[in-house]
Design a binder for this molecule. Structure first.
Ligand SMILES: Cc1ncc(COP(=O)(O)O)c(C=O)c1O
Ligand SMILES: [Zn+2]
Length: 557
């Protein structure tokens, strides 16, 4: 292995040893791993295609000599999933989700834990200290259990109790700190120093950054498998990389590692483009976002975070801000923040539109995605990868609103009289009454009909019928007399305008409310034709499921 550790301050290089943090020359704690990239590129070109698909296929660029098979938990190579429904809703068809929930402890922190614990085990270390907002300690605990390493986990008292118990279940010692996450880190550091124990140093931990960068390698390989390679300027074929990489951050370790990964791919001649980074913070604890927007060189520290999303509660990012800022600016990326409410909304949209249940911290990235597409920062033709990670436990009832469950209480078998069979049916009819509001969707695109049907069914009960063109639609409306019509404008033969004219000209159908959902940019004349005839106009690719449902509810009420 050609690994050297280079100091970011004085440039001095030395060999790697996990417990040796500061630079032997200038004492700086900020150092980075470097490899013989030409040599590794040659090996990868030959061997990568036949290697198993896990994190360790990239072993030449990891600070571990001999990955120990007995420590492995199936880390790495999480799926890259296309978000078709989000893409249609947002008018941005190439949104992909790097589903880090499918790691061994369901967060992307498994990468840092797998690599760090492997390196510590190799170095003969048997005890370690880490401060965490939950997920880091869970990941470390799982791998530490396999490696026979004792973990002292300092967590803030805001970490959900289920997460704390999971840490303890793995055999780690939980230390609850009533105070901020930054304070928990300080106490953990003092404890480690007093006892002379190895401690996790956040973004200064070489193994953590190196673990995170495998996300970049996988994204490039997976995108290339899914969409094919790209032609480079010199005519050669290269791996495909996305235009954007989005991630919610706390300390900022994740994206720091991921950009290093993309840079290494570029250095080795595997990829040409390094994606723009969009790093998203929760508004109540967004020191990096506010500092970047004010073009500050040092971060404004948030001493008491005001967000429910405790996972992202680093108030003092320190030098990570400067490092990340350099990467963000170099590729025209952005720092952005979202409110807790936006994050919870995004969490719900992601679950009901894509079948992916993420924790609020990951939803912060999705709320950021929605915001950046809407502001035009991310363009419709761009390819976007969003890191989705985290435990999915707290689906808080306030996200769901009222009426999310229906109760059926059945008598026990002993109490039940034969004639009560009928009572059961009566109970079920209370669950689903005979008549729900009826909605007709008239649209020639099957995907558009499916999306609208999904939005309607995801949170509410409607009887939905569909027609694939104007003529069929008119016949359907005359027969079923729905409570609401969702009408497309551009359809072959009888278009939406003509359907509307026919409806309004017939006293039986003139009063049925209509929502027009169209991809067409309307001219003034066309807008005039719709005026007074419809309840609402929704631009396809530019509305969220919740906006649409609100509109439907306000009309049908
Ligand atoms: C689910 C989730 N998202 C995002 C983060 C932010 O991580 P970082 O800023 O260290 O990359 C964390 C940290 O624990 C996390 O658990
Ligand atoms: Zn130095």
């Amino acid at each position: 292995m050609s690994l050297r550790i280079r100091c970011l301050d004085c440039g001095h290089t030395s060999s790697y040893y996990p417990t040796r943090i500061p630079c032997p020359h200038c004492n700086s704690q900020w150092r980075q791993a470097e490899y013989d990239y030409a040599e590794v590129a040659e090996i990868w070109r030959k061997e990568l295609p036949s290697r198993p698909y896990d994190l360790w296929r990239y072993v030449e660029l990891l600070p571990v000599h001999n990955p120990n098979p007995s420590l492995k938990l199936g880390e790495g190579w999480t799926p890259l999933i296309k978000a078709e429904n989000l893409g249609m809703m947002l008018g941005c068809p190439n949104i992909l989700i790097k589903d880090e929930r499918q790691g061994p402890t369901t967060s992307f922190k498994d990468r840092q834990a797998a690599v760090t614990i492997a390196a510590l085990k190799e170095a003969g270390i048997t005890e370690m200290v880490a401060a965490s907002t939950g997920n880091v300690a869970i990941s470390y605990s799982a791998y530490a259990a396999r490696a026979g390493i004792k973990l002292w986990a300092f967590v803030t008292s805001l970490v959900p109790a289920v997460k704390m118990r999971e840490i303890a279940l793995y055999g780690s010692q939980v230390i609850k700190v009533t105070g901020s996450y930054d304070q928990a880190k300080q106490i953990a550091a003092e404890f480690a120093n007093q006892r002379g124990l190895y401690q996790d140093m956040g973004a200064r931990t070489i193994t953590s950054v190196e673990g995170m960068k495998t996300i970049a390698f996988e994204i490039a390989e997976q995108l290339t498998q899914q969409l094919g390679p790209v032609k480079a300027k010199d005519g050669s074929t290269m791996w495909r990389t996305p235009d954007w990489y989005l991630q919610a951050i706390s300390g900022g370790l994740g994206p720091l590692g991921v950009t290093k990964g993309f840079q290494e791919l570029k250095t080795m001649g595997f990829a040409e483009r390094i994606p723009s980074l969009a790093v998203i913070q929760a508004e109540g604890c967004a020191p990096m976002v506010h500092s970047w927007k004010q073009k500050l060189d040092t971060p404004i520290v948030v001493t008491s975070p005001k967000t429910y999303i405790e996972t992202l509660a680093t108030g003092n990012p320190g030098r990570t801000y400067n490092l990340l800022r350099k990467e963000v600016d170099a590729q025209d990326g952005v720092f952005e923040s979202v409110t807790d409410e936006e994050a919870f909304r995004a969490m719900h949209v992601l679950a009901k539109m894509e079948g992916i249940s993420a924790e609020p911290a990951a939803a912060v990235a999705f709320a950021g995605l929605f915001k950046l597409i809407r502001s035009g920062t991310i363009k419709p033709n761009e390819t976007v990868v969003v890191n989705c990670t985290g435990h999915t436990i707290p689906a808080e009832s306030f996200i769901l609103g009222s009426g999310w469950a229906k109760n059926v209480v059945l008598p026990s078998k002993e109490e039940q009289q034969p004639q009560e069979e009928e009572g059961l049916l009566a109970a079920l009819s209370r669950v689903a009454p005979d008549r729900f509001p009826r909605i007709a969707i008239i649209d020639d695109s099957p995907e558009a009909r499916r999306l609208i049907r999904r939005i309607l069914q995801s949170q509410g009960n409607f009887t939905i019928s569909e027609a694939a063109d104007g003529k069929e639609g008119l016949a359907l409306i005359r027969q079923e007399h729905p409570d609401l019509i969702v009408l497309d404008l551009m359809m072959p033969e009888l278009d939406g305008f003509s359907v509307l004219e026919a409806l309004k000209g017939d006293s039986n159908t003139a009063d049925i409310p209509v929502i027009v959902s169209t991809a067409k940019e309307l001219t003034e004349e066309e807008k005039g034709r719709l005026k007074g005839q419809i309840q609402s106009l929704m631009q396809k690719g530019n509305f969220m499921s919740d906006d649409f449902l609100d509109e439907v509810r306000s009309i049908i009420r």
